[in-house]
Ligand binder design. Sequence first.
Ligand code: NDP
Length: 321
Amino acid sequence: MLDSYSPIMENTEHVHCLIIGSGPAGYTAAIYAARANLKPVLYQGIQPGGQLTITTEVENYPGYPEGIQGPEMMVDFEKQATRMGADIRFGLATKVDFSVFPRKVQIDEEKWITADSVIIATGASAKWLGLESEQRLNGFGVSACAVCDGFFFRGKEVAIVGAGDTAAEEASYLSKLCSTVHMFIRRDAMRASKVMQERVLNTPNIKVYWNTDTDEILGEKTVNAVRISNNKTGEKKDIPISGFFVAIGHQPNSDIFKEWITMDEAGYIQTVPGTSKTNVEGVFAAGDVQDKIYRQAVTAAGSGCMAALDAERYLSAKGIH
Ligand code: NDP
């Protein structure tokens, strides 16, 4: 759908390749696009560096044999993109118009950019319970990613809240590392698929608590216990733990694209399998905004690379320079 051509307006900046988002997907797309001479402009969004800036140590990203702090790793990504010639800017995409070509993206509710190609890498945000202690101890025993942080709790007792496929998968993952996994489920049933439920219920060191709410995470500087209550009987209990995992879902950051881009019912952008192509020509998606399964820095970076290569091929096939 290459729709009506909109003449480039005065006071509107035109870019060849616009990247929205600054996690591993966005920066990797910027590195590849810059090296392909697409002169990418990247807008970082509200949280420059993305979700990794709220984690501590990252040990599963290849190339860092000693591990690295999440925020430091994202500074490295940014430096590399800048060194390759990407134009990295602070600013938030607030609106888009994909009915015209070049595509139009509004920044900070004021300035409009027209772009020959657009790479959406706006990521997803973990949902949180909303407890003060959860925010205060985030990165100090509280985590929203068992695969990222489970390793730090080897041989220790941990807890996880949630009852979907993510929680079930993460509880299973943690059960292989930790002595006991306490799993808090707010209803008397799990939402996870049958096979995942069975796996959880048949794992001896996962202890399931039904009808259970998390009232508070306890600890001064790091987590040392959690306070729960049974929402049927009112009974309260403190359980000593070292790590608390929140797995109550993620929210893809895709709201501004809803009108134009095909998404699933949860708001994850749908791409043509094996590519980063969306339903809109010249608009590509990479990273967690289109991935509800893997959600790893390294998979996001890989899909950012795909998006830049797809954009490059698209522009050259169209003869747009
Ligand atoms: P879901 O939305 O499926 O599940 C979220 C869970 O968190 C629900 O059980 C919900 O409880 C619970 N929850 C929500 N808010 C709270 C709260 N405030 N306190 C306590 N519990 C809460 O999210 P997932 O991330 O698990 O999965 C998202 C999608 O990704 C799903 O479609 C899933 O199937 C898919 N997925 C698939 C995988 C695979 O195929 N391997 C792996 C991971 C995810 P309640 O049930 O009471 O609403």
